[in-house]
Design a protein. Structure first.
Length: 75
């Protein structure tokens, strides 16, 4: 997962980072964060699938999780 790699790289540089992912990728992300030495790193989990959503539906879905994203970035 490129998002995990990018998140880890930002964190190593002192830049707070997290990511959105859908539920089916939870285990893969958890495993990859653990292997990168960041066990338990937070991420925002969206329902799966999202590929069938319109732009407006995707915007509404992500906005519902924005508070969680901000908490992860400012903790």
């Amino acid at each position: 997962m490129c998002s995990v790699h990018d998140t880890v790289e930002f964190e190593k540089r002192g830049i707070p980072a997290t990511m959105f992912l859908t539920q089916v990728f939870r285990n893969a992300a958890t495993y990859q964060f653990r292997n990168q030495g960041m066990d338990g790193h937070p991420f925002v989990e969206l329902p799966h699938p999202v590929s069938n959503l319109t732009t407006e539906q995707m915007r509404a879905l992500t906005l519902r999780h924005m508070e969680q994203m901000v908490r992860h970035l400012t903790a």
